[in-house]
Design a protein around this ligand. Sequence first.
Ligand code: PMP
Length: 433
Amino acid sequence: MNKRITSTTLYEQALDVIVGGVNSPSRSFKAVGGGAPVFMKKAEGAYFYDEDGNRYIDYLAAFGPVILGHAHPAVTQAIQETAIDGILYGAPTSKEVEFATMLRDAIPSMEQIRFVNSGTEAVMTTIRLTRAYTGRNKILKFAGCYHGHSDLVLVAAGSGPSTLGIPDSAGIPTSISQEVITVPYNDIPALKGALAKWGDQIAGVLVEPLVGNFGIVPPAPQFLEQVNELVHQAGGLVIYDEVITAFRFHYGGIQNLYGVEPDLTALGKIIGGGLPIGAYGGRRDIMDKVAPMGPMYQAGTMAGNPLSISAGIACIRELSKEGTYQQLDEMGARLEEGIRSSADKHGVQIMLNRFGGALTVYFTDQEVFDYDTAQTSDSEQFGKFFRLMLEQGIYLAASKYEAWFLTTAHTDQDIAETLKAVDISFSKMESHK
Ligand code: PMP
């Protein structure tokens, strides 16, 4: 591995002109002991190439979207061909109709759809829509779940029993955070308690139907069914945030896998094939409230732009091919097995949560089923592991809460190389205990 001299120089320059040197905080290495992040020059298939000539096997997948691997020919070709005919119109195009139809065919609860530019926008708008539809103001979310960075959902990503929200960010008025109620994930008694207290004021309940933001945490049996039943009984609407999960585990959403349908769904990440996108949609009678049909305003200069839509169509079409998700699941199983056996061999205490081609390694002895248990993962141990893997050319997200994402570009050889690096990392962690 070459020394990352260029990365360090670029980081110093970046610190002067870009706040924190990065354009999203999750790209910084702050959570793993600080220092210069790796500046990338190129990415192809399952690999990253940095500015100093090092190659990495990538398990970040750009925090989810890059499920086909980097620069997939079907996606890059769609972008190139579309760009020649114009980059942005501000007028409707046939491709938007084609793509909305593809998405609705895959996720039928999205009877009507609107494209936006990010997951943040998609979720933010579904919240406004639940308020417009119900005439109520409060929102309930589950502790530790991330739903983008709009004011309402940056509240109470912390833990604790059904509390009124405490903002996780400066700059959020208490008048807003007071409208958000938080309960632990997978905790139906806590949800019942919150609904008993505030049920007649709650417009919408925001759910990651499978959590991707404090690691991979599946819903407990019957959790999704009970959420639907209880929230509907209280007269509120259920929003699924499938920004991470849609098309990650299945051709469609987690809602299709579990057979439970929300009233509204927010999408992002994978559906743009790597370009900026978001989408929201749901029941027709609710979507009727959106301008120009109804009184709830939402708009976007870049929304439904031809490049994102074409990249999205190309990506989703690739994912519809037979065997895609089986391949991701099989690779995930192989990684899981190898990581577990190395941890056993070297006496490193881990908990591993996996769902299909995504997994999280927690450095804890507790089973992880909510944010409190995810937080028990040892940050220092994770930091050590992250650095050891990076030095062996394996690129993981720089946070103990993030998933490893497999792509269809990863090969058996990549998995074998990764497992060798895991084994060496765990052996070094053991010797430093
Ligand atoms: N919801 C979930 C579940 C997410 O994981 C994210 C992004 N990590 C968002 C919403 C926000 O999406 P974006 O970054 O595109 O605004």
